[in-house]
Design a protein around this ligand. Structure first.
Ligand SMILES: Cc1cc2nc3c(=O)[nH]c(=O)nc-3n(C[C@H](O)[C@H](O)[C@H](O)COP(=O)(O)OP(=O)(O)OC[C@H]3O[C@@H](n4cnc5c(N)ncnc54)[C@H](O)[C@@H]3O)c2cc1C
Ligand code: SF4
Length: 325
């Protein structure tokens, strides 16, 4: 690991000032330190934000508010999270390992880097790591890569599980930067790779994530997260689906759907949502609407199976959400 300076932030203002001057935030360090050890990331100045008051979990005006420093394990176990937004707990428990979840923060989870193997191989071409060097995954081992939102510059999937649930639920985030605070939908945090895959998010220089806000809907307590992967735990998603339904009688009134493991950012499935509204919550409805999800898919040589797996996962996730509805 290359040498670096480390400083503890005593206040949000101090952290933002340092962030704007080029210091890199460190929370749980479960991703950043890993990448620094492998010299994939080479920050020379780190500002530790763990002492900042950003780890509370509360209910405000019916919305669930989660501090960016709240640990994945604490969020997953919190009674208000389990009561109001059980899908958040479910998607967190499906991610990483118990040890990692104890260390890892919500803000860090959203800003974790991709799991493409070439990104971590310093001798492989990777536009995300070294802009302009090429993409080894395009003609390489790409079974785990994306079928949506890709470009000729990068085809890596976004790895966060909880981000999929947050995007499905229209969650927002509040950030503080050198010019003050702003809030925006979490969906807008994630950039498509285009011809600049090294730019992954829309935070401005020095902006610190303060908290996440999840609005409460009739569908919130009737939401499920289904993650399909190569082994039952401690593994990233091949395909995952966050599904939330509001059902009156047997008619679907509201639907929220997003997918993970298939796209370069958490992928909202708005066509499927629209097609579900007003229809009966039956397997036939789920199967017909799930087919819409793969329109525009661009599979690579080794990941055609995702075009089949995605609609099947959607159907099962909708059935699970329907069961609790
Ligand atoms: C082996 C392994 C398996 C994993 N499996 C999964 C999985 O299945 N699903 C899943 O979702 N995740 C998985 N993860 C990822 C894990 O969830 C993340 O490593 C973790 O959430 C990152 O949080 P952190 O606090 O440790 O972030 P850090 O490593 O401290 O930071 C990560 C990035 O976020 C930035 N950052 C942190 N906090 C803030 C903030 N408040 N404002 C602005 N920037 C900030 C840092 O500057 C850094 O760039 C896995 C990780 C490992 C190592
Ligand atoms: S898919 Fe993206 S992260 Fe992977 S090698 Fe290509 S450019 Fe790098």
């Amino acid at each position: 690991m290359l040498p670096f300076a480390l400083q503890k932030a005593g206040s949000v203002e101090e952290a933002v000032t340092a962030g704007a001057a080029g210091w890199r935030y460190i929370a749980g360090g479960t991703t950043l330190v890993d990448l620094m050890r492998e010299e994939v990331e080479r920050p020379d100045r780190l500002i530790d934000i763990n002492a900042l008051p950003m780890n509370d979990i509360r209910v405000e005006g019916g919305d669930l508010v989660i501090g960016a420093l709240a640990r994945m394990a604490d969020v997953a176990a919190h009674p208000e999270v389990r009561r109001l937004q059980p899908i958040i707990a479910e998607s967190l428990i499906e991610g990483a390992s118990p040890q990692l979840r104890n260390m890892a923060s919500m803000g860090g989870n959203l800003l974790q880097r991709v799991r493409c193997p070439y990104f971590r191989m310093l001798d492989a071409a990777c536009n995300k790591r070294t802009p302009g060097s090429g993409c080894s995954a395009l003609d390489g081992l790409n079974a785990g890569h994306a079928i949506f939102g890709t470009s000729e510059y990068c085809v890596a999937t976004h790895p966060s599980d909880v981000a999929v649930a947050l995007v499905a639920l229209d969650a927002t985030m509040r950030v503080r930067g050198p010019e003050g605070e702003r809030s925006f939908p979490i969906e807008q945090l994630f950039r498509l790779p285009g011809d600049t895959p090294h730019l992954e998010h829309t935070l401005r220089p020095g902006e610190l994530i303060l908290e996440l806000r999840i609005p409460n809907g009739a569908y919130s307590r009737r939401a499920r997260y289904l993650k399909v992967r190569d082994r039952a735990s401690y593994e990233f998603a091949l395909v995952s689906v966050a599904a939330a339904l509001s059902i009156e009688g047997d008619v679907i009134r509201e639907a929220r759907l997003a997918a993970g493991g298939v796209a370069t950012r958490p992928w909202r499935l708005r066509d499927c949502e629209a097609a579900l509204i007003g229809r009966q919550a039956t397997r036939q409805t789920f199967e017909e609407t799930a087919r819409l999800a793969t329109q525009g898919a661009r599979p690579l040589q080794h990941n055609h199976y995702k075009v089949e797996l995605l609609p099947r996962t959607i159907v099962r996730a909708l059935e699970m959400a329907g069961e609790v509805a």
